[in-house]
Design a protein around this ligand. Structure first.
Ligand code: PSV
Ligand code: MN
Length: 426
């Protein structure tokens, strides 16, 4: 299924008048405050978030998985799904592949399909957390950190293969997330495991093309429950520094212990020029992979406030690879992703409204009350008309969820693909 422009225009018709009233009112009040509304809308339009190829089917837990039917069963169908989301939202112009789940059969065809839908290939993700069919060595006790050199070599080679695949598609970065760690005290020697990991990452780094970056993700626990080799941003930062200037840390919102100050982590990494990638999701307890902004929208806004500050004040930090890393257990994955994209744009737009100059003055004067007022004034602004305008200008839907339902997308996909297709992934 492909959504055509006239489908979207039809879906927009009913809401156009009320949208115009809302955007006029908001533009007026923001302009009176000195905000350049056009510039904000342009920034929203330029902000593109990658959809991971594994998030287009239903997620699951270790207790089970419930399908949404019509799931994409090939890489081509996954890219088509990203195209559907992008045509409605105009903010999902990239896909992030997980290898070996999504190895292209026909590179030329896959590239043509993606470019026809205006979709770029963002970071490629390696997978050394699962054993692959016919693999010589097992990752049961770790990959890049394994005590056995043959296992480490196999994991290094896999990452090099992933770079090669990404290179043929036009990707420019490799994301490394390791499940390596231990489940019980004494199982691992912490120092040896870290040393092996550093050496293995350096070997991968050597094979990185000159215009590529390596993004090192951290996570405090799961699937290992006692220790993780790259457990936190400090370890990731240390490893990125050890590898070199093309290596960076990657922050995944779900990969922190409860109540961690993620905005401060983001800020420090950007100051040091070492924040390379970002995975969006939300959580209540652990790495819950819930819809972005569904649980802690104010925390998301505070994180974006630091991201915006960093993007404006830290030229030493590269452009970031943005990606949604969520799982969909009870919602249609495409609807869930649309909701996440809206939440990301909303937090970004609000952060763009923070009066940075006034905030700096209030900070210098230690006027704590004004500091809070300034942040919360931006946070309390209903920016949804700005997002709708950003989409409308680019041919997107005023309300992507409503359009998705009006166009009956899921049922069309079921008709085309059948009910019981299953997407590759976890
Ligand atoms: C691990 O929890 C993670 O966040 C990594 O980014 C993986 O690549 C992704 O989830 C999918 O398993
Ligand atoms: Mn992640």
């Amino acid at each position: 299924m492909k959504i055509e422009q006239h489908h979207i225009q039809d879906a927009n018709k009913k809401a156009l008048k009320s949208h115009q009233e809302h955007i006029d009112f908001l533009t007026n009040s923001l302009t009176n405050k000195g905000v350049n509304v056009e510039a904000v809308i342009k920034k929203i339009q330029d902000f593109q978030v990658a959809i991971p190829s594994w998030a287009l089917g239903a997620g699951g837990t270790r207790f089970g998985r419930f399908s949404f039917y019509g799931e994409p069963s090939s890489l081509e169908q996954k890219i088509q799904d990203v195209g559907l989301i992008h045509s409605l939202t105009q903010t999902a112009g990239a896909v992030s592949l997980h290898i070996p789940w999504d190895i292209p059969q026909d590179y030329k065809a896959v590239k043509e399909l993606a470019s026809g839908l205006n979709i770029k290939f963002d970071a490629v993700n390696s997978n050394t957390f699962q054993d692959q069919k016919n693999a010589q060595e097992s990752y049961k006790y770790g990959s890049l950190s394994n005590t056995n050199e043959a296992v480490r070599q196999q994991a290094i080679q896999h990452n090099l293969d992933v770079i090669n695949i990404g290179n043929q598609l036009g990707s420019k970065s490799l994301t490394v997330w390791l499940a390596d760690g231990s489940c019980f005290p004494g199982q691992n020697n912490f120092q040896t495991a870290l040393q092996h990991t550093e050496n293995s990452l350096k070997a991968i780094y050597k094979g990185l093309p000159s215009d590529w970056s390596m993004l090192i993700e951290y996570k405090p626990y799961e699937p290992n429950f006692y220790s993780t080799v790259i457990q936190d941003w400090g370890t990731s930062f240390m490893l990125a520094n050890a590898c070199g200037e093309k290596a960076f840390s990657l922050v995944d919102l779900g990969h922190h212990l409860p109540n961690s100050n993620i905005e401060q982590i983001v800020s420090i990494l950007m100051l040091k020029g070492k924040l390379g990638g970002f995975h969006f999701n939300d959580s209540k307890y652990g790495d819950d992979d819930l819809t972005v902004g569904s649980i802690k929208p104010y925390a998301l806004f505070l994180i974006f406030n630091e991201l915006v500050y960093g993007m404006q004040n830290n030229p030493q930090n590269p452009d970031l690879a943005w990606m949604i890393d969520a799982s969909h257990n009870v919602k249609d994955p495409l609807e869930d992703l649309i909701q996440s994209l809206e939440a990301i744009q909303e937090a970004y737009a609000k952060a763009l409204l923070v009066d940075q100059k006034a905030l700096k003055t209030a900070q210098l004067e230690n006027d704590v009350v004004t500091c809070q007022e300034l942040l919360q004034d931006a946070y309390r602004t209903d920016v949804r008309p700005l997002l709708a305008q950003a989409r409308l200008d680019k041919g997107g839907a005023l309300s992507p969820i409503q359009a998705y339902r009006a166009l009956d997308v899921r049922n069309q996909l079921i008709k085309e693909r059948g009910k019981n297709t299953v997407a590759t992934g976890l």
